[in-house]
Design a protein around this ligand. Structure first.
Ligand code: NIG
Ligand code: FE
Length: 391
């Protein structure tokens, strides 16, 4: 078996704080090297102490960071909503109703086309350093269409989320109860085998907290892990529901009251912030500082979707989070790597430590700070996934 050594790393971000506490939770080793074997990290340390290997790559003083863990995306969809974005930029507000137009286009699209477009987004993500991505259904909203989206998502990632409860589809407008019955009945039967997670959009215009509790509890009883969309458009009860159900993550968290923050701080539930959404909907940004100072674990994800946030770029999300959500560059990078891993309850990604997957990104910069300092600049110079160079 070939062993690969990446050496000459000027700054290695490990997310192992014991390595150097001066960068907060990040953990940094200077003049470092990483040994890769069987797709995993076999050794991490100072370059001067590195073991020999079959192949050696010289990073020439660049920074190397863990691959980004994008724990929230909706990349299997049909159609285009650029006109909706354009209208928003002339003053129209964002509403959950736009989801229904993507549902129509997705139902009409054929499978090869849906897969081709989703794969191209995954490639776009990889090229920007994302080595783990979660993918949701939610634009099908019939038994067959949701199952189809999950089948396609399963060809892209192992982090597959059943989001039959994205909105109530048009044909159930006068029968919400009937739709919740479907989501917790035949649709769950068809979808649970292909998913790891269940998610609900718990918000005005989507699902109430009581509906969300019923749906998430049904998924949990089938062995699915829980995720929740809440606090995107206003304060509600979704965040506390997420904590009550021990959700791995509650996502958006733009609007939170003090009780929400307290509940999150005393829980294992990660608050996943989605800076691309506020950027693309001209909403106020969530206050990451308030959460971090209260002791909440914070992740950052792209929420890549055609409506509220059509970016696939984690470096972009980091830059916005630092500029507008009161995060430090170190906190934002942690949130986009180890934070995303925590939001997926994974300990094999998001860190560069012996035993973890060899998912690494080499930057075209000597410090991770440049991810926020040089917004919009393509700083990803090399990507390794499971030890293989993929970009
Ligand atoms: O996470 N908030 C709900 N769902 C997506 C938006 C999807 C859409 O607008 O198509 C989100 O922002
Ligand atoms: Fe979302």
């Amino acid at each position: 078996m070939t062993t690969r050594l990446i050496t000459g790393i000027g700054q290695l971000v490990t997310n192992e704080p014991a390595d150097d506490r001066s960068h907060g939770a990040l953990g940094v080793i200077t003049d470092a090297a990483v040994l890769i074997e069987h797709g995993r990290i076999a050794w991490v340390g100072r370059a001067a102490d590195a073991p020999s290997a079959d192949e050696t790559t010289d990073a020439a003083g660049a920074a190397v960071i863990p691959g980004f863990v994008d724990s929230h995306s909706h990349i299997v969809f049909g159609g285009d909503r650029s006109a909706e974005f354009e209208a928003r930029m002339s003053g129209r507000p964002y509403s959950a109703g736009g989801i229904r137009s993507t549902v129509r286009a997705t139902r009409a699209a054929d499978e090869p086309e849906l897969l081709r477009r989703a794969r191209s987004l995954v490639r776009e993500m990889l090229g920007q350093g994302t080595t783990t991505v979660e993918v949701k259904s939610g634009y099908g909203l019939t038994v067959e269409d949701e199952a189809r989206l999950l089948r396609l998502a399963g060809q892209l990632t192992s982090e597959v989320t059943y989001l039959g409860a994205h909105v109530v589809p048009e044909e159930f407008a006068d029968d919400r109860g009937g739709y919740v019955d479907l989501v917790t009945g035949a649709m769950l039967d068809a979808c649970a085998p292909g998913a790891r997670w269940i998610d609900v959009f718990c918000e005005t215009g989507a699902f109430t907290v009581d509906e969300a509790r019923r749906i998430l509890s049904a998924g949990k009883a089938r062995g699915l892990g829980v995720r929740v969309h809440a606090g995107q458009l206003g304060v509600g009860d979704g965040v506390r529901l997420a904590v009550e159900l021990d959700a791995a993550s509650v996502d958006h968290c733009t609007y939170l009251d003090d009780a929400d923050v307290q509940a999150l701080a005393g829980s294992e539930t990660v608050a996943t912030l989605l800076p691309g959404v506020e950027f693309s909907t001209r909403q106020p940004y969530p206050d990451a500082r308030r959460l971090i100072d209260a002791g909440v674990t914070v992740a950052i994800a792209s929420d890549c979707n055609p409506g509220s946030s059509f970016t696939s770029s984690m470096p972009f999300c980091i830059a916005v989070a630092v500029r507008d959500m009161r995060m430090t560059p170190a906190e934002a990078l942690w949130a986009a790597t180890a934070g995303g891993a925590a939001a997926l309850r994974r300990d094999d990604v998001g860190r560069i430590v012996a035993g973890a997957r060899a998912d690494l990104v080499r930057l075209r910069a000597d410090s991770y700070v440049h991810l926020a300092y040089r917004p919009g600049v393509p700083l990803v110079a090399g990507v390794w996934k499971d030890g293989d160079r993929v970009a």
